[in-house]
Design a protein around this ligand. Sequence first.
Ligand SMILES: *Cc1c(COP(=O)(O)O)cnc(C)c1O
Length: 394
Amino acid sequence: MSEHIMNTYGRLPISFVKGDGCYLYDKHDQRYLDALTGIAVCGLGHSHPAVAKAISDQAQTLMHTSNLYGIPNQEALADKLCELSAMDTVFFSNSGAEANEAAIKIARRYGHTIKHIDLPTIIVANKSFHGRTLSTLSATGNSKVQVGFEPLVSGYIHVNYNDMDAIKQVADNNKNIVAIMVEPIQGEGGLITPSDHYLQDVRHFCDANNYLMILDEIQTGICRTGQWFAGQHAQIVPDIMTLAKGLGNGFPIGACLAKGQAAEILIPGTHGSTFGGSPLACAAALATIKTMQTEQLDQRAAELGLYFQTGFKQSLAELISQKKVLDIRGKGLMIGIELDRPCTELVKQALDKKLLINVTADSVVRLLPALITSDEQADDIIAIVSQLIIEHTY
Ligand SMILES: *Cc1c(COP(=O)(O)O)cnc(C)c1O
């Protein structure tokens, strides 16, 4: 590893030089089955031909102009995203954190211009993750992300996730609330899946109080959970929704979508991005979405998700009854297996078995496989992960 790379990541001792579908290859042409897809990024698998072709064609035609001009690909992508999500307008960014920055700026400006609140405040959740910029790390409900970077950005109040009473209590005592920002499933926080009515309750509470509901779908969006957007499981449409990870299948792009009043808050001069929504990034996202639509990968993610849940519940049945496996949860292809003990070393052990997985919140095995994973590949993932968990808890 070069000493010239800033030391911000605890990296595994492996590099990949090639990807093909659900597999990654190292320089010795050793093949690894990828059950993490770059943290929910490559939903269509690696080097998908339709996305690669779209990028290549667009790169040879026009890569970047500027948001000083019209960008036809950006318009087409915005139309497509709004059609799929029932939202009204889109601001394009280059990353998830930047999409959330746009969401936060809309909420604050909504506070100032519509509600005449000088110190607009957003309710956010403990154990949430919203990004690594100063404002999004301040919104994040995890002190590990924040320590050393104080002073934090003000204007956030943290409450427990999946706890409507906690939201009501804060709101009762605070006239400055303008928005509630949550993830539909807390990805980094440990695949924490709220009760079915939580998102609906938040939606209703926002309606009743003229708060904006901000749904961070950066990890859950783009078919990952078996719907185009995870909020659709609860039949809700937020006022603001953010996307990034799966949107460009590996090409960096983020989006902040807004609806109704929230869609009109940002006006010329209030926000911007040099690279956001370039012809090239939007070509990658358009190809990604088109492929997912034609191959109905939202349905495939739902079906495969059930296949994984059933498979793991069978292969880990004994450990579940012994309370060594505490929970198998998630939706679609966002799968979490919570153990009764820390298990970060499983990542390395899986790597030795040529499988890529992740552990989050210390004791939750996190799987984010590609939406194109075959039943046979799913069987391989279930067998290897189950075996590792059985050995680890023996
Ligand atoms: C990954 C993630 C982010 C941050 O996205 P970046 O592209 O890394 O800035 C924000 N929110 C959620 C829910 C995420 O999973």
